[in-house]
Unconditional design. Structure first.
Length: 202
């Protein structure tokens, strides 16, 4: 539970209350795009580490900054997300793509939007590990298998799929917390308010 509090504090410090995080990439079955809101961002970062990552950092090369009235945008076409995995054996994964960050232009400079478009990835296994297991075809077969998909662990991918369901429910959960209504009543009031907005737009 203290782990969750830490990730919440992390997200509060670095992300705006209405921030969104988007990941775009291509899997075997076609292009994917996942966008999650501020309440789901802490859990996204924690799933990276729960999926076996021991270290995570980003390398930005030749990024461009642009200033607007209330925001600053950093656009990096050569971004590498580097993750180190301890299991099943030491592997370094370099995930390359474009990272666009929009910061609120104030004292806190927190992230408003985060969009990482993944182009390609490489999984690197040290030669020393290959040499150690050169005589064991089973281990070599294991070493030749990818441990990520497009640089993301199955743990993180499953969470992103779950977010497709969770994200639209945020309004219901927030209403339930605030007004202590039953799930059915929350749904009724949300639908009624949406209907009112459609019938009588401001």
């Amino acid at each position: 539970d203290s782990d969750n509090l830490w990730w919440d504090a992390f997200a509060t410090e670095f992300f705006e209350d209405d921030a969104t995080l988007t990941l775009s990439f291509c899997l075997e079955d076609g292009p994917k795009r996942y966008t999650i809101g501020r309440t789901l961002i802490p859990r996204y970062f924690s799933t990276v580490f729960e999926g076996g990552v021991t270290d995570l950092y980003y390398i930005l090369k030749h990024s461009k900054e642009s200033y607007h009235n209330s925001s600053i945008t950093v656009d990096c076409d050569q971004c590498t997300m580097v993750t180190q995995h301890g299991k099943p054996m030491f592997t370094k994964v370099c995930t390359e793509g474009r990272l666009i960050l929009e910061f609120t232009f104030d004292d806190l400079m927190r992230i408003k939007t985060w969009h990482f478009t993944i182009r390609q990835y490489r999984e690197l296994v040290p030669r020393s590990i290959l040499a150690m297991h050169a005589q064991d075809p089973q281990v070599l077969e294991q070493l030749s298998k990818n441990i990520t998909r497009m640089g993301l662990t199955n743990f993180t991918l499953n969470y992103l799929r779950l977010c497709v369901i969770l994200e639209p429910m945020q309004e219901l959960m927030s209403r339930h917390k605030t007004y202590n209504l039953s799930p059915r009543d929350c749904l009724k009031t949300c639908l009624f308010q949406k209907w009112q907005r459609m019938v009588a737009p401001p």
